[in-house]
Design a protein around this ligand. Structure first.
Ligand SMILES: NC(=O)C1=CN([C@@H]2O[C@H](COP(=O)(O)OP(=O)(O)OC[C@H]3O[C@@H](n4cnc5c(N)ncnc54)[C@H](O)[C@@H]3O)[C@@H](O)[C@H]2O)C=CC1
Ligand SMILES: O=C(O)CCC(=O)C(=O)O
Length: 449
């Protein structure tokens, strides 16, 4: 295990997030390797931590002032043992190869857990959509696709959205792909309903996250009814996590963005959530506006370099981090415990640092890692692919029922794997072992390729 970590660190010393994601998996799957000598003989860890293919490219585009801008584009095709590469695109200034590799690596195990036939990949760019006009975003997306189109396809690699990539960007990307290839296929998911999208895909990650949390609560004879929840972020995953908590009778008291957070002690109602959707998805404004619209809420600016984020220090029952990686550090985790939180379900990818996870587990919290709890998004993307292949659209109730069934099945798979390896109700161990075993067995079946 140490050998594999030093190899990875030596090879790509600057890829901290990737090292973190690999370390977590390597530590938890050790007992699986101990039980199966073939895995070691076949060097499965070395193979699974090296992407099958990395694509990096120049993305030149012209801004509204007629100036040429150049960004960097990425697609990491991590593993195709279970199906075509599948995973989102992230447009954010922090994007670099290490971040895309960590996301692609997580995606492999997540997709394995969904029960659907999808390999893992992830992509994106250091382009910052914030403050850009629709025209600038369109020209950027067209330039991005002018290179990416030759590497993807409905049976090869099927990208979707992630941070900074929503319905608008998927539309521009799809339009350019269609023009270049002269074919109308399900090459991207998260498409609009009128041209191949699936009902429930926009809601799926957030709804799935809450379905998973409800399954965890059920193991303690409890439900969401009456639970107070801290939710971070205010984008796609945060909005629909909040919506489902409200539908199940819970209360959400916080939302955030990269500048700060709001605390609304009375709870975010459906009407207030509709305002947030308008503010974030249409006006593309800041969450600070919420406290101007609803003066009973308090807005607190947060500096990314602060030791702890005060959002996690409020008293609550549940916490759903839905913004970005490493947003809960060890101080934040200690605050969650002190504030009475007994369940953490990760809507974001890798939002808790390893030290934070240790604190949550040591204090007996119900803790669901992102690769299990937020798998509903990619699962419904898989259902969108199925509908595209059949040229059919399933009704909302059918997709929602399938999503619920998949989240239930992931929950059970995690518990079964954890129990098989004597790890009790440790969902992190269960998710990693179950996800890993399925992928590795498929790799071995397919030979040394
Ligand atoms: N969209 C999807 O289907 C899925 C998304 N995820 C993960 O969920 C998280 C959120 O993604 P989306 O909601 O899709 O993106 P989004 O672009 O709709 O929203 C991102 C939200 O996070 C906030 N944010 C970004 N960086 C931040 C920072 N440094 N500090 C505080 N807040 C920050 C943004 O202000 C925004 O509210 C990400 O970790 C993503 O990888 C995971 C599974 C599927
Ligand atoms: O829907 C998809 O293909 C990808 C969603 C995603 O990027 C994720 O699960 O992190």
């Amino acid at each position: 295990m140490e050998q594999i970590m030093s190899l990875i660190k030596e090879r790509d010393p600057e890829q901290r997030e990737f090292h973190q994601a690999v370390q977590e998996v390597v530590e938890t799957v050790k007992p699986v390797l101990d039980r199966n000598m073939e895995y070691r003989q076949q060097a499965v860890l070395k193979r699974i931590t090296e992407p099958e293919r990395v694509i990096m490219f120049r993305v030149p585009w012209m801004d509204d002032d007629g100036q040429v801008q150049v960004n960097r584009g990425f697609r990491v095709e991590m593993n195709s043992a279970l199906g075509p590469y599948k995973g989102g695109l992230r447009f954010h200034p922090s994007v670099n190869l290490g971040i895309i590799k960590f996301l692609a690596f997580e995606q492999v195990f997540k997709n394995s857990l969904t029960t659907l036939a999808m390999g893992g990949g992830k992509g994106g760019s250091d382009f910052n959509p914030k403050g850009k006009s629709d025209g600038e975003v369109m020209r950027f997306c067209q330039s991005f696709m002018a290179e990416l189109y030759r590497h993807i396809g409905p049976n090869t690699d099927v990208p979707a959205g992630d941070i900074g990539v929503g319905a608008r960007e998927i539309g521009y990307l799809f339009g350019m792909y269609k023009k270049l290839k002269n074919e109308f296929t399900g090459v991207l998911t998260g498409k609009s309903l009128a041209w191949g999208g699936s009902l429930i895909r926009p809601e799926a990650t957030g709804y799935g996250n809450v379905y998973f949390a409800a399954e965890m609560l059920a193991t303690r004879g409890q439900t969401m009814e009456g639970k107070t929840c801290l939710v971070s972020g205010s984008g796609n995953v945060a909005q629909f996590t909040t919506e489902k908590i409200l539908q199940l009778g819970g209360k959400v008291v916080t939302l955030s963005d990269s500048s700060g957070y709001i605390y609304d002690e009375a709870g975010i109602t459906k009407e207030k959530l509709d305002y947030v959707k308008q503010l974030k998805n249409i006006q593309r404004g800041r969450i600070a506006e919420y406290a101007k619209q609803y003066p009973e809420a308090v807005y607190t600016p947060v500096d990314a370099n602060q030791d702890a984020n005060p959002i996690w220090a409020h008293k609550a029952d549940c916490a759903m981090p839905c913004a970005t990686q490493n947003e809960i550090n060890k101080q934040d985790a200690a605050h969650l415990v002190a504030g009475g939180v007994f369940l953490v379900s990760e809507g974001a990818n890798m939002p808790s640092t390893p030290e934070a996870i240790d604190i949550l587990l040591d204090n007996g919290l119900l803790y669901a890692p992102g690769k299990a709890a937020n798998a509903g998004g990619v699962a419904v993307s898989g259902l969108e692919m199925a509908q595209n292949s059949m040229r059919l659209s399933w009704p909302r109730e059918e997709v929602d029922a399938r999503l619920k069934h998949i989240m239930k099945s992931i929950h059970k798979t995690c518990l079964d794997a954890a129990s098989e390896y004597g790890a009790g109700q440790n969902y992190l161990v269960g998710a990693n072992i179950a996800g890993f075993t399925k992928v590795v067995n498929a790799m071995l079946d397919q030979g040394l390729v």
